[in-house]
Write a protein that binds this ligand. Structure first.
Ligand SMILES: [Fe+2]
Length: 722
């Protein structure tokens, strides 16, 4: 069990031993990127009860605060934001449900639906609620009808992960009420349960109708966990029947009756999930949506925290493109609300752009596994390390989870939304993603190389047009999550002769989709195979948008095709070094080694003391690495914590660790592309963390400098004849 005070190499924060306490304030922006001149809205919640906080805009240059590192570098930018502000705590209405607004008074009322509970007997959970009348699972997990404070229950708990038809009736004229649950036919059929009785008379069920939650004095509550299908509402003269197989891929629920009582979902419950009618014969919901007539609700789904705007400010017109944060400070550590400032549309561009991995930052946002040690320690091969911001996140489940976590009912979290505080868009803390990527920014600054920072979210919106004016585009350390549109834009850029550097590992790995019905949110389904935090359920490999989810490698676009390398192994205990290869003597690669005499590259660095580590990628022409690609250096001597990724294995066997398996290596690859462009890939997340070693005078820094200089030189690259 890791101590929260432990400061190991994987965490970068205020110097070890300093008295730090949790951030007293958190916030989020209305977007992950902006341009000079744009207005930015900041939503703030003051958690420490002081009612006050300070805000300022900072440009982030470096977050590497480990021993001997360059230290935290942030530059305060004068804006109207600067100063002290009054604020208060803002609640997060976590939990998904559906709502139908225009329901007339219901006398009598009858609810019926199909239900597949995942956490029965974990508190009262509403199935359908109309004002003071609701059908619910009671604390024992039995179907119950509640009228104000009186309840009638079948007293037979539902079994988890089993389909039931359930119903409840109430007549306010007499107070007569009944409830019933009946398992759908199946090989584990359970018992029918019903109860008849009398509840208080004279109470009118009224709208709005909530499905999978109930209205309460302090907001929506009693969230249900599990799947619901085909809810039906009957009253004298009214019947409505919602068909969740319609409008999949939207936030709408459609009433198929003539009354047209359509509604909407809140907090993005999962659509395109298998329903009671799924028999395994259909896997793409679009083929037969009737198999997908369910919605999976979770009490811990979150799309939009919905906070009131706290501050608005305009980014100065002359603001330099880069990594930025709105830095909020109350008691304790500051809370950085990170975002990217990209150049304005019509502004002059640098020749080089860093393509910030905002989609991957979002996929990792509010990662909670670090705070539940156990298996995590075995994965890491070391003690998990956290800082006080992680502690704050653990104390606030309402900020939602990451796509690495599972919901309380064990199903994977497949959505990530930017409309909530994001705990990983900060310069310090776990040395990963955003924080680690600043090593590249720091190096560009130290080298005096002019650059712009653009973001993957902007790439999704603008396509290859965003890239075309750049001679060279660089990724930072871990561009793992990509949409089809983003991949096609990169391919198009390479097709135009663009030069591309992939300075990371485990990139271009999972498919994500952007859901127009839920702005700010991405979806992913960890389908079929891959190194996964959880596995998608059978029959649910297609996203709600209709795209087939999973590894790009399995969908037919392996990263090797784009950048020459693909994920081969991961290990988090220590990093290693690269050794030059025979290919590095090829005249085509000579430019990379100018001024480098060493055979060993990168036997130093801020992550695990080596440039090759964490997650590493290798050349494999069977997966599409170009046959003319040069492997100019390969890592070696990885520990037994580095294990071959499971998508590389047909069956498990011995010899899959770094001490035994020669395939476990990071390859530095260079190749030319048809229109005079080229690609340079380093195959390791740890690579950028070595750049600052010895005051930026080292062979990793030199190799990257050589690569950048040549990639910025307009002289075309030529694909070799043979
Ligand atoms: Fe990752």
């Amino acid at each position: 069990m890791g101590s929260i005070q432990t400061a190991l190499a994987s965490t970068r924060g205020p110097s070890a031993g300093a008295a730090v306490t949790k951030p007293g304030v958190v916030g989020y922006l209305d977007r992950l990127y902006a341009s000079p001149g744009d207005e930015v809205v900041v939503r703030v919640s003051v958690l420490d009860g002081t009612g006050r906080y300070r805000a300022e805009l900072v440009r982030l240059i470096c977050g590497e605060t480990g021993p001997g590192g360059p230290g935290l570098k942030e530059e305060v930018i004068p804006t109207s934001l600067a100063g002290e502000h009054a604020g208060s705590a803002q609640a997060v209405p976590i939990g998904s449900y559906a709502i139908v607004e225009d329901i007339p008074p219901l006398e009598p009322v009858e609810f019926s639906l199909l239900v597949w509970p995942t956490l029965p007997a974990r508190g009262t959970q509403a199935l359908m609620a109309a004002g003071p009348v609701r059908l619910q699972l009671d604390r024992a997990g039995a179907v119950a009808l509640s009228v104000e404070d009186e309840t009638i229950s079948t007293d037979v708990p539902l079994r988890p992960r089993t389909w039931y038809a359930v119903e409840g009736r109430y007549d306010p004229a007499t107070g007569s009420a009944s409830v019933r649950s009946e398992p759908l036919p199946g090989i584990h059929a359970h018992r029918i349960a019903h109860k008849r009785g009398r509840l208080r008379a004279g109470v009118t069920a009224s709208g709005p109708l909530l499905i999978a939650a109930a209205p309460g004095a302090a907001g929506v509550s009693l969230h249900f966990n599990g799947k619901i299908e085909a809810p039906v509402l009957r009253s004298s003269g009214l019947a409505a029947a919602w068909d969740f197989s319609r409008a999949i891929g939207t936030a709408r629920i459609e009433d198929k009756s003539r009354h047209g009582l359509h509604g909407r979902t809140v907090n993005a419950p999962k659509r395109a999930v298998t329903g009671a009618g799924w028999d395994g014969s259909v896997h793409d919901w679009r083929q037969d949506p009737s198999h997908y007539a369910a919605i999976h609700f979770h009490a811990d789904d979150l799309h939009d925290a919905g906070w009131q705007p706290s501050l608005r400010f305009r980014l100065p017109d002359t603001l330099k493109s880069g990594y930025y944060a709105v830095k909020l400070t109350a008691s304790g550590m500051p809370f950085h609300v990170g975002f990217i400032v990209s150049p304005a549309h019509d502004a002059p561009r640098a020749r080089l752009a860093v393509l910030a991995s905002t989609v991957t930052y979002l996929a990792y946002a509010n990662y909670r596994r670090r705070m539940s040690p156990g298996p995590f320690e075995l994965t890491m091969g070391t003690l998990p390390t956290v800082d006080m911001t992680d502690v704050l996140l653990a104390e606030h489940p309402e900020f939602g989870s990451s796509t690495y976590d599972v919901h309380k009912d064990g199903f994977g979290v497949g959505h990530a939304s930017a409309l909530r505080p994001l705990f990983n868009m900060r310069p310090t803390g776990r040395f990963w993603n955003f924080a680690m990527d600043l090593c590249l920014i720091d190096w560009l600054e130290a080298q005096g190389i002019a650059y712009d920072v653009i973001s993957e979210h902007e790439l999704q919106e603008r396509g290859a047009d965003l890239l075309k004016s750049y001679r060279t585009v660089l990724t930072p350390s871990h561009p793992e999550y990509y949409s089809l549109e983003m991949l096609l834009s990169l391919e198009s850029y390479l097709g135009m002769g663009g030069r591309f550097m992939y300075l990371g590992g485990n990139g271009f790995y999972w498919r994500v989709t952007f859901d127009p019905a839920h702005p700010g949110m991405i979806e992913l389904r960890r389908a079929e195979d891959g190194t996964r935090a959880w596995a998608e359920q059978p029959g649910q490999y297609y996203h709600a948008t209709g795209e087939y989810g999973g590894l790009w490698r399995r969908i037919g676009r392996p990263p090797n095709r784009l950048v020459g390398t693909g994920f081969i192994a991961q290990g988090f205990d220590a990093s290693s070094y690269y050794r030059r290869t025979k290919d590095s003597r090829d005249p085509r690669a000579a430019f990379l080694f100018e001024g480098i005499e060493d055979e060993i590259i990168g036997d130093f660095g801020a992550w695990g003391n080596g440039a090759a580590g964490l997650e590493i990628d290798a050349f494999d022409f069977t997966l599409g690495s170009p046959p003319h690609g040069l492997i100019v250096a390969s890592s070696e001597n990885h520990s037994n914590a580095f294990l071959l990724v499971n998508e590389e294995m047909l069956s498990n066997s011995r010899g899959v660790d770094g001490t035994l398996n020669s395939r476990i290596k990071a390859d530095i690859v260079f190749f030319e592309t048809p229109a005079g462009g080229a690609v340079f890939s380093t195959g390791s997340i740890a690579f950028v963390a070595s750049l600052a070693h010895d005051n930026y005078r080292n062979n990793v820094s030199r190799m990257l400098r050589n690569a950048v200089d040549r990639f910025l030189d307009p002289t075309p690259f030529n694909i070799p004849e043979r």
